[in-house]
Write a protein of this length. Structure first.
Lengths: 320, 267
């Protein structure tokens, strides 16, 4: 197991390296002066001169890459000119909100979706099953930003039940309970938006997975022995089918983060996605590129973690 | 269900082709009748903040959606087939190298790469379509490669090689035509996702301002949500229907080609 983990960790290196190279190449190919992308558009001449020196922009390409690479490896992604602080600090502050949104939204979606999918697989080919499949595909095809707007339209603009943006009320007094309920009220719409879109994916996955397990020999054997159908379903089918569902949650973090970025943009949710949107608007290139790096590395790490968890959970996976 | 999807795609294609005929208004034409609600005579889906007819803009938006879907997914399929078939056929260290490259590429989140690229290079629609195509082909290459690996051992392929057929001929006549179906299914799915990606970029303000795209209509509608709910609602519904249709078609092709799935559903 330890050797397997080590090998997977080593495999990560080329991926992370590629992400850094892509960043570097994009800056080099970008129209205009490279220093604009590293220092930001509104940087003064002194800061630009300092940046040019720091990144060795007057030196050959290889040395430039090395300067960039070693800085990134030290966690130095430059200064955000909008916030006037190091990029890494600005991003770090936004991570908790995104984690909260994803855990809440995707967590609920995974549980509900898996149960609905399993239910559907139990009635394979029935009208209920067809209806659920169609519902799953529809949910999966909803533009997440549009769904967010529609929920705002219904629950904020029309009904005035829930706040349409932000993470907390401007004026808020009270203890922990008041703060917590305020947070949940703000979280409800964005989390529902993100969850509804991905619930379709979980329905599809869990349906396919349970259906496959139900066709396996050991299920047929259990039936022949005379076990109760519900026991077979819960003890064998559902348990075995959960594995791919767990896995996909990790493997799809890239899509989930993309969805979260759009959701955060709609709801002005102060996470990494909204930060990325703001940095696009302000043309804050150092911040934008830093966000891209962090998001990509997170996704790669999630992939790695998923593989390890999978290998741990499924004894059939041979660790080479 | 796949047939329903196909019918919707065909209907959308017709709407895109006949946009100048069936759309009652010029999608760019400003007028004094702004914020007219749906159902207003002459404006079935209302008008936007500049008095432009929402229905006509939704119809014209079909063109951009199909353009993005076909060009992006088409490019992705083309590169994917080539990058999957040729290394898969020859094997060797080139194949190893390209497979590694594909593995690495599949782990990188494409949407964020596209955000960065369009933010730096500008949001011209041609660039966006090419960028989507250039970043999404690795799934196709992987599918094609695994097809080639099994097909190249088939007797009829071996016979063709023994008969002295050239490599391009074997690939073009025997292997690719027989192995391309999963790529076609994936291409249908990718058309839907390319349309969704373009819409997402447009919503983030990275859309081409010179075209009428559904994503941009939703983005503009967001700012007028409380005074004109219809501005954001209808283009989003159009997006949902077309993307769902492509997903149904993709699933249908997959199902039709996969006897394992069919056996499972009969059981």
């Amino acid at each position: 197991m330890r050797r397997y983990m080590l090998r997977r960790l080593l495999q990560m290196i080329p991926v992370v390296l590629s992400v850094i190279v892509i960043n570097f190449v994009l800056i080099q190919l970008a129209p205009g002066d490279v220093s604009v992308y590293l220092a930001g558009q509104e940087a003064g001449p002194e800061y630009i001169a300092a940046i040019r020196h720091e990144y060795g922009l007057d030196k050959p390409m290889i040395q430039q890459f090395w300067a960039y690479f070693s800085k990134v490896c030290q966690g130095d992604m430059g200064m955000s000119f909008v916030y006037g602080r190091p990029v890494i600090q600005v991003i770090a502050q936004r991570i908790p909100a995104t984690v909260l949104l994803i855990l809440f939204g995707i967590g609920v979606a995974a549980i509900i979706g898996t149960l609905i999918g399993a239910y559907s697989a139990k009635r394979l080919g029935s009208p209920t099953d067809t209806a659920i499949s169609l519902l799953g595909i529809t949910a999966y095809s909803i533009p997440v930003f549009w769904l967010g707007l529609m929920l705002i339209l219904a629950f904020s603009v029309t009904l005035h039940w829930l706040p349409s943006s932000g993470i907390r009320s401007v004026v808020l007094e009270g203890g922990f309970a008041v703060r917590a309920s305020d947070l949940i009220r703000h979280l409800l719409l964005p989390a529902t938006t993100l969850g509804l879109v991905y619930v379709g994916e979980y329905i599809r996955l869990s349906r396919a997975s349970v259906a496959e397990v139900m066709g396996e020999d050991f299920v047929t054997t259990s039936r022949a022995i005379g076990y109760d159908e519900n026991t077979i379903f819960i003890k064998h089918a559902l348990r075995n089918a959960l594995l791919p569902v767990v896995t996909i949650a990790g493997l799809q973090l890239g899509f989930v983060l993309a969805g979260a970025t759009l959701t955060e943009t709609v709801f002005a949710w102060p996470g990494m996605g909204r930060l990325m949107f703001d940095s696009i608007l302000a043309r804050d290139y150092p911040l934008l590129m830093g966000s891209y790096l962090i998001m990509s590395v997170t996704v790669v790490l999630a992939n790695l973690l998923t593989d390890i968890v999978y290998a741990y959970l499924d004894p059939r996976v041979t660790l080479g | 269900m796949a047939v329903v999807g196909l019918a919707i795609v065909v209907a959308g294609l017709l709407a895109a082709a006949l946009a100048p005929v069936i759309a009652g208004y010029d999608p760019y034409q400003f007028s004094d009748e702004n914020y007219q609600p749906p159902g207003t005579p002459g404006h079935a889906l209302g008008t936007d903040n500049f008095g432009r007819d929402v229905l006509s803009r939704v119809i014209w938006g079909t063109r951009v959606a199909f353009l993005v879907g076909v060009v992006s997914a088409g490019l992705s399929a083309l590169i994917g087939i080539i990058m999957g078939a040729i290394p898969g056929y020859y094997g060797g260290y080139m194949d190893d190298l390209i497979s590694r490259f594909i593995d690495v590429f599949l782990m990188i989140p494409v949407f964020f790469l596209l955000i960065l690229a369009t933010a730096i290079f500008g949001s011209n629609i041609v660039f966006v379509m090419l960028a989507i195509g250039l970043t999404t082909w690795p799934t196709n290459a992987r599918i094609m490669r695994s097809q080639v690996l099994t097909l190249k051992q088939r007797p009829y392929v071996l016979a063709s090689i023994a008969a002295g057929a050239s490599v391009p001929r074997v690939l073009a006549r025997h292997i690719i035509p027989n192995g391309v179906y999963p790529v076609i299914a994936n291409t249908a799915l990718q058309m839907g996702s390319a349309i969704m990606i373009e819409a997402g970029l447009s919503f983030l303000g990275l859309g081409d301002p010179n075209v009428v795209s559904w994503g941009q209509m939703v983005q503009i509608g967001q700012r007028h949500l409380s005074v004109g709910w219809w501005m954001a609602s209808f283009p989003g519904i159009a997006l949902l229907i077309l993307v769902a249709a492509f997903n149904l078609v993709g699933d249908g092709v997959n199902y039709a080609m996969n006897p394992r799935l069919q056996r499972r559903d009969r059981a």
